[in-house]
Design a protein around this ligand. Sequence first.
Ligand SMILES: [Zn+2]
Length: 405
Amino acid sequence: MQRLQAFKYELMPTGEQQRQMRRFAGSCRFVFNKALALQQANHEADGKFIGYVAMAKHLTAWRNSAETAWLKDAPVHPLQHALKNLEKAYKNFFEKRADFPRFKCKGQSDSFRYPDPKQIKFDQANGRIFLPKLGWLRYRNSREALGELRNVTVSLSGGKWFVSIQTRRVVETPLPHGGAVGIDMGVARFATLSDGTFYAPLNSFKRHETALRKAQQAMSRKQKFSNNWKKAKARVQRIHARIGNARRDYLHKCSTTISQNHAMVCIEDLQVRNLSRSAAGTTETPGKNVRAKSGLNKAILDQGWFEFRRQLDYKLAWSGGHLIAVPPRNTSRTCPACGHVSADNRQSQARFACVECGFEENADVVGAINVLRAGHARLVCEVSGAVMPPAAGTHRSDSGRLMPT
Ligand SMILES: [Zn+2]
């Protein structure tokens, strides 16, 4: 099987390279925002969606216009890639996987990608990489990148520059081991498995919350754009980066353990909008989502859940397993013992007690069991041809060979 993998290294750029990278990231952001504004204005004028090819022509015009001639200083492929990113953001929105594309601000995901491997020279032996318009850059050679280089992303995080090298290589298809498991995602417990194991809540943010609040307050007291303000701002960004890293580490640990020990993992097919809606206070789905009410906390949870699912998906693929997304229907209200569906079964946030047969269990474990059942049901349907095609995006069509036992 083919395996795509990213290898990330810290760059050791010269001062001039840092200035250039900042400019390139700014140019890509500018192109993204300009294209988004154009797309919106066009939509308001009842125009049709502007596809990538047409948008790339606009980009050429911008690069040739006297007003934005500085765009020519940036490498063209990363600028085009910014347009591809916008198109992808729209696609995710159209397919209800994400909210409407937002304008990018400076300091938030400063990055750009070189999509063409032919323009890149990767000299691992000497710990350096050649990128168009930047020249040779040194990086901290922390581990060996395996496979054939596909593309390179340069990004700024916490005041440091990184290069992420995506490669492709052929590896032997592994045989999956372990059984099937269902996962219930929540707030009080980040993830609960149908076998009863659970993972602590995703609250790495809380630990740094005070530090962040203090740093933000300090920043607000400084005069904007003064040197002290810049210092305070750098501190806020460092704390943000630290929070992000802690969260990513945690998600990776969870997703690695689960994917290494199971051949089939079933998860609720949560969509951003489902979460947003219920978090806004609709009583359609009285259950776990409603708990994630407060704005920032909710955003972090959304991110965490989606990132977790993304990681599970590719890690399971690496280990020969499968991720199956099931629609979140009554998973918190159905009795696993007798099948009775009632909101009354959910006595409290933590406790499930069936009003019909008296079955009692932790509510999150019940949710996970029901997710697992729904996943099994889905597989059986597909194998017999009753459901065609699979509705969930992450589901692989060759999952028929993985019958539940
Ligand atoms: Zn029951």
